[in-house]
Design a protein around this ligand. Sequence first.
Ligand SMILES: Nc1ncnc2c1ncn2[C@@H]1O[C@H](COP(=O)(O)OP(=O)(O)OP(=O)(O)O)[C@@H](O)[C@H]1O
Length: 239
Amino acid sequence: MTEYALELRDVTRVHGSGETAVNALHGVSLRVRAGQLVAVMGPSGSGKSTLLHLAGGLDTPTEGVVEVEGNRLDEQNRAGLAALRRRGIGYVFQDLNLIPALTAVENVALPRELDGVRVRVARAEAMTALEDVGVANLAERFPDEMSGGQQQRVAIARALVGPRRLLLADEPTGALDSHTGEAVLRTIRARCDAGAAGLLVTHEARHAAWADEIVFLRDGRIVDETGAMPAADSLLGAQ
Ligand SMILES: Nc1ncnc2c1ncn2[C@@H]1O[C@H](COP(=O)(O)OP(=O)(O)OP(=O)(O)O)[C@@H](O)[C@H]1O
């Protein structure tokens, strides 16, 4: 078993081909250990979302290798990849995709029920996840009875429900007020402190300050890596 929850080795991704080809990532290598939260920063178009999609097996590299807990994603068959994604990986993307016919708690419980967790247990886990992001009071509402920000929090709860070992978050606080955004980051941080590995794409330095390490991308290459910013300790200490 590898010591890394996520490892990218010399990963390149070219979108499209011919004259319109875009080299979104060039030879990127990155490792995230269990318990570690890594922030990815960089200008628009630098390849942050591409990196996150590759890490979660939602996209495949043109060259290079992606491993999740020692499993090469390119060696998984379709069912294996689906199981790995559903059980092990929590995705917090801006695309909400809540199921309109299900209440908030049913939406959050669904991935666990699909994994064979008993309905009562899945529901209890879903309530905990909704509490973590501050919307337990909306558990019985349907998506069209919630604001965009509330729906986003439910989507985040769904990404975090159950024992996810790898959390991938792409600007998870986009539509949220700063208070709620901080609660979401605190939840992601707490999951990492409890043993998950996290990769967080963000434009905001104060969000990156929650990370153990910050990776800067520019034009598809890692141009700098730092340990946590000094502000992180003071931020965490202030909680
Ligand atoms: N499916 C695609 N087809 C063609 N080009 C793409 C595709 N996805 C991304 N790109 C291009 O790849 C480059 C990197 O995009 P990516 O979305 O990864 O950047 P980003 O850093 O996440 O940007 P932003 O901060 O604006 O979300 C950009 O030039 C983008 O236009």
